[in-house]
Design a binder for this molecule. Structure first.
Ligand code: PEP
Length: 251
């Protein structure tokens, strides 16, 4: 039985006071309602330590949105996975489509980041997903499988088993357009198959695969009800306490 995850990706949003107010409301909700899902907040680096303090006494976990491929040294502006871990965070997003697109992050770089994360005791949430152009050409399964196998090629089975995967079709991120439950389920099944071919049936059955792309309170229940969807990575709706609580409760 895979425990679902509902992860909120704040991206480059919220000032400190707003972040604290939102987190405190989520802490209250999760303590009062004991959700089935593991709740994760992917916060800007600046709030990693504060987030860990604000969520004290609750089961909410804190995640970074990225980490450096280096462990230390002369890399001005970078934040190392071991620094993220040292302030109490337990997850890190790797290869979000915005990082792939705007910061030109490729499979070699993402693999190095995953290794840093794992060596530091963080769970990487590896993001993948196709553009609208790829979806229209109906080559999305091959495309996403390729994104994963390029990374898996340099990881061993134990490392792959330690990942959470987030499937996020780029055409659905921040657009209000969600993949249908059938489209999402079919891709999640294909992703689980890629994991099985790369590792073992046991690892494929146990790995958690999240769906991301305009998840809202009204779409979450049906998406999370699909057999290969193990929760969601939520952007916009995670900034609204009522919406995010409803999504948490749908898992
Ligand atoms: C995301 O940021 O990963 C995301 C899925 O955003 P949104 O929910 O706003 O589409």
């Amino acid at each position: 039985m895979r425990q679902k995850i509902v992860a909120g990706n704040w991206k480059l949003n919220l000032l400190q006071k707003e972040a604290r107010t939102l987190t405190k409301a989520l802490v209250k909700h999760t303590i009062e309602n004991a959700p089935n899902a593991e709740v994760v907040l992917c916060v800007p680096h600046l709030y990693l330590e504060k987030g860990n303090n604000w969520t004290y006494g609750s089961s909410i976990k804190i995640s970074a949105q990225d980490c450096s491929q280096h462990s230390s040294g002369a890399f001005t502006g970078e934040v190392a996975a071991r620094q993220i871990s040292s302030v109490g965070a337990t997850y890190v997003l790797i290869g979000h489509s915005e990082r792939r697109e705007y910061f030109k992050e490729d499979a070699t770089l993402l693999t190095a980041k995953i290794k840093q994360a794992l060596e530091s005791g963080l769970t990487p949430i590896l993001c993948c997903g196709e553009s609208l152009e790829v979806r229209k050409k109906e080559t999305h399964v091959e495309f996403v499988s390729g994104q994963l196998t390029q990374v898996f090629g340099n990881l061993d089975n134990t490392e792959i088993a330690s990942l959470v995967i987030a499937y996020e079709p780029i055409w659905a991120i921040g657009t209000g357009e969600t993949a249908t439950p059938e489209q999402a389920q079919s891709m999640h099944q294909a992703i689980r198959n890629v994991v099985q071919v790369s590792t073992t049936e046991k690892i494929a059955n146990e790995i958690r695969i999240l769906y991301g792309g305009s998840v809202k309170p009204n779409t979450a229940p049906e998406l999370f009800g699909q057999s290969d969807i193990d929760g969601g990575l939520v952007g916009g709706a995670s900034l609204n306490v009522d919406d995010f609580c409803k999504i948490i409760d749908a898992a």
